[in-house]
Structures are given as C-alpha cells and as structure tokens.
Ligand binder design. Structure first.
Ligand code: PMV
Length: 332
C-alpha cells in the first residue's frame, strides 16, 4: 500500500492552452513537449485504513486542508480511490528539486509522479497510456511527463476523453544534442495559475480562434523537425508558438502578463545571439522563466551569456530525460 515514484518535468515546444472539458481536463488543442532530465519530483504515497483523513506534505510544508493545492490533490486521490474501489485515506509526501509553481512545470512532474505512486499504492496496474490519462486528470501537462524524450499529447475528439492521451514521439537517445537551458529569474509563485489563465483566455480572448486555427501546423512542423533532427525547424516553430500563446494571454481582458523585465531582457538577448550567428530560440510557459533551446555544441557559451544577463538567478542545461518510474527509497 506504499509506493514511491519520480517523474521529470517537461517543457512544451507546442503549448497546451485551453480546455474543452474542465472536469476531465480535455484540451482544446494538442501539444508536443520535451521531458527534462534535470528537473524532477519524487513522491511517496501510502493508503491506510488507519488514517482519518488525507495528508499532504510538499517540500517539507504540511498542508492544513483549506488550500487550493490540497483540494486538487485530494480530488485526485478520490479519483484513484474510485478506480481502485477503496475508501482508505492517503499520506502523500512530495519533493521537487526546483521551485514550485514558478513556471518550471512542477504540476507536470508532480502529477505524473503522484499518478504513478498513487496508482501503484492503490493496486491499480495501468499501462503507460492509461497512466498518462490518469496523470492528465491532475494537470494536463502531467500526461506528457509519463514518457521520456519527446512526447505528444493528442487532444482526442470523444466527450469521455478515452482518445485523449500522451505518447512518445522519440526516445531521449534519439537527439542527445538538443539542449534546453532553463533560466530562473524569479522564484515567486505566479499570480494567475495556468488553470485560471487558460479559462479566461478561452472565454474572453478575441484572438483565441487564430491560436486554434494555426496550432495543428505547428504540431506537424515540430514533430517533423524532431524526427529529422532539424533544429532550426523545431526552434523556430517552438518560439513562434510560444509568442502566439502569450499573445492570446496578453489580449485577454484584463491582460494576463507573465513576463518580468528580466524575461524581456532574455528574449531580446536570444534574438541578438542569433543575429551574431549563435543559433538558439526561446520558449516561455505561464510564468516569467525563459527556456532557451540550442544544440550541445553551443550550450556552454550560451549558458554563460545567459548568466551574464541582469536578473538571471540560475540556469540548468537540460537534455531529454527519461520516463516516470517507481523507485525503492521512500520519503517516509
Ligand atoms: O498542465 P497545466 O495546467 O499546468 O498547464 C500547462 C500550460 C503551459 O505550461 C503554459 C503549456 C504546456 O503545454 O505545458
């Protein structure tokens, strides 16, 4: 009844932004990501008849039960209990090796690790596809962190979500030169969480239709680029897709602006590096951090240049990482 799992975070090259079903977490559009080797969550779950209520500890902080994070984790545990036909309460202890909720995809690695650990602890035996569908119910992007390497989350068409899951496009070994340098410019928790931000965008953004009409082409181009190892095609498309997503956020009244001054400094720096002949591209999620894509041969030089930009606190040069997995060492 006790299990521990680790899952790596992932960064989308083509973003998920908008839900067609909030309860089942079904997306308006498909997405493609890279799983990162260096950023991960480790989670231990134990179901026990002896517990009077669920307990949740994240990064050493014990949640009292009235926080959004706690109700989301509890709702996820309810789903696992329903599938496993048990009423036992659970203790969940989780740790990230990077700042939580600041735009480094902690919900992706978090719910992927929770889905695997809770599923195992409750006696469920999901295959990887089913596990991605379970993780999806915690956080959409978590569906992609079940797999390593380069991953697609297919949006599906069915109302019940049975055709909406993640699958691997290419293994981590396929393209070891592809590097994603994550920068941290602020470790403050963001004001508008992606869940609320995307709901407001779908409801009120006059540009959202343009996003939906053009995203399938981005998916096709990024997948082609990954399979052919065409760095320019992947980078160019990913940067464009990110700017298009942020354009919809910014054009949602009242504007959702995740960028900080340091975010803008990095955007301009990356464009200047390119003008100097150093090929790199940026992508940004629902937060201020910028992730810079480049090839291994340029990674050291670009990382040093990024660290020299005002406001950059840390950088991590990541490669494509592995899948979510069970481990023996429990956190309690
Ligand atoms: O899975 P969520 O609810 O944290 O949403 C993730 C949204 C983005 O990070 C902005 C895009 C993505 O595809 O990861």
């Amino acid at each position: 009844m006790k299990a521990t799992a680790t899952a790596n975070s992932n960064i989308a090259l083509v973003k998920y932004w908008g839900k067609r079903d909030k309860e089942l977490i079904l997306p308006m559009n498909g997405s493609v990501s890279m799983t990162l080797d260096k950023l991960f969550t480790k989670t231990t779950v134990e179901f026990s008849e002896k517990l009077a209520k669920d307990e949740f500890v994240l990064g050493g902080k014990k949640f009292a039960g009235n926080e959004d994070e706690f109700s989301e984790v509890k709702a996820f545990l309810d789903l696992v209990r329903q599938k496993a036909k048990t009423r036992a309460r659970a203790k969940v202890v989780s740790e990230n090796n990077f700042p939580t909720a600041a735009g480094l995809a902690s919900s992706a690695s978090g719910y992927a690790a929770l889905a695997l650990a809770a599923g195992k602890a409750a006696g469920l035996e999901p295959d990887a596809k089913e596990l991605s569908m379970l993780a999806r119910r915690g956080s959409g992007s978590a569906s992609r962190s079940i797999f390593g390497g380069f991953v697609e989350w297919v949006k599906g068409k069915k109302k019940d979500g049975s055709d909406c899951y993640a699958k691997q496009i290419a293994s981590p070994e396929h393209w070891p030169e592809f590097t994603m340098i994550t920068t941290i410019v602020s470790s403050a928790e963001k004001k508008v969480k992606s869940r609320a931000g995307m709901a407001q965008t779908v409801a009120n953004c006059p540009l959202y239709r343009g996003w939906l009409d053009s995203v399938d082409k981005d998916i096709a181009d990024v997948k082609k680029g990954i399979l052919q190892k065409d760095f320019s095609l992947v980078g160019r498309t990913a940067e464009h897709n990110c700017l298009k997503m942020h354009a919809t956020m910014i054009a949602t009244p009242p504007g959702i602006i995740y960028w900080q001054p340091s975010t803008m400094r990095i955007i301009h720096a990356v464009q200047a590096f390119r003008d100097e002949g150093l090929e790199c591209y940026f992508t940004i999620d629902a937060g201020p951090q910028v992730k810079v894509m480049c090839l291994q041969k340029d990674a050291k030089k670009i990382e040093a240049k990024l660290n020299a930009i005002e406001g950059v606190k840390e950088t991590h040069a990541c490669k494509a990482g592995g899948k979510a997995r069970l481990v023996q060492e429990h956190l309690f």
